[in-house]
Design a protein around this ligand. Structure first.
Ligand SMILES: O=C(O)CCC(=O)C(=O)O
Ligand SMILES: [Fe+2]
Length: 283
């Protein structure tokens, strides 16, 4: 049971009913999609592909980041972004090479459309489903339902090789979230259905501020009066953020539903289209 997901859905529904959540600007949101990336061979990593070597067409897939990063460096090298209060958040700005990021995005965008759903947990594996209340699309890949497409398997192995997951507990579940400009995700925890480690790859172009909050601020009023424990600007083209332990268990994370935002250091970010892939080990 993915309890916290349901809770998030309830919250998003409540916010949708109110017509606004945390100062969301509803006007001027356009349905921008990132098309025209000029990728050949979309579908090479088709979800149905049984191939384990290369892309199923006899071509070697683009080289992933694992060849550039020494093994098991994620836990204690320069990728650590946590501040003094929080020591378990890691960030790599250029985790995926651009060509791989583009192909991955094109493949994701070509997934079948699916229908509207009130329940993302019930989505069909590997199919885009519109979350009615949150008004964004999600696609889930759960290896308990069917084997992960080989590109996702490769990424899971890479995430193990850089130390984001224990080799005995590799990611087996990938949730893809698609955000149009102005969309985000309300503060939530990923919950006890998963091991306490989440790794998210960002694609599509838009930078966003990823905020971590103490878990007790599960209350809009309390949050208005406080700053997040940590802000991480997630680069929109192939970055990786990993949060584990304290950050997973005792904190909530969120992305504001705004068209523009400013970091506490004063950096302005105009929000555009973004697709994220969230990797976890489902228990
Ligand atoms: O899009 C993101 O970076 C966050 C996604 C997320 O928090 C989730 O799927 O649980
Ligand atoms: Fe989450």
């Amino acid at each position: 049971m993915e309890i916290d997901f349901r809770e998030l859905r309830r919250k998003e529904r409540r916010a949708a009913k109110r017509g606004s959540s945390s100062g969301v600007k509803k006007t001027g949101v356009t349905g921008v999609t990132a098309t025209g990336v000029g990728v050949t061979g979309v579908g090479a990593w088709d979800a149905q592909s049984k191939s384990t070597a290369g892309d199923g067409l006899g071509r070697a897939p683009p080289t992933p980041y694992e060849t550039e990063l020494p093994r098991n460096t994620l836990s204690d090298d320069a990728h650590l972004v946590s501040n003094g209060d929080l020591k378990t958040v890691y960030y790599a700005e250029r985790f995926l090479k651009q060509a791989l990021g583009r192909e991955l995005l094109a493949w994701l965008q070509a997934l079948p459309g699916g229908g509207d759903s009130n329940d993302p947990v019930a989505t069909q594996n590997g199919t885009w489903t519109k979350m009615v209340h949150a008004n964004r699309r999600v696609a889930m890949f759960d290896s308990a339902i069917s084997r992960l497409p080989c590109i996702l398997e490769r990424l899971c192995r890479t995430l193990v090789s850089v130390g984001a997951f224990d080799p005995s507990r590799p990611p087996n579940h990938v949730l893809v979230n698609e955000y149009q400009p102005g969309q985000g995700i309300m503060p939530h925890t990923d919950g006890p259905a998963y091991d306490s480690a989440t790794a998210t790859i960002s694609l599509g172009g838009s930078d966003v501020i990823f905020k971590l909050w103490p878990r007790e601020y599960d209350d809009e009023e309390a949050r208005r009066l406080t700053e997040p424990t940590l802000e991480v600007v997630l680069h929109g083209n192939g970055s990786l953020v990993v949060f584990t332990g304290d950050a997973y268990i005792n904190h909530m994370h969120s992305i504001d539903e705004v068209l523009e935002e400013t970091t506490s250091m004063g950096t302005k970010i105009a929000r555009g289209y973004r697709v994220s892939l969230t990797f976890r080990h489902k228990k």
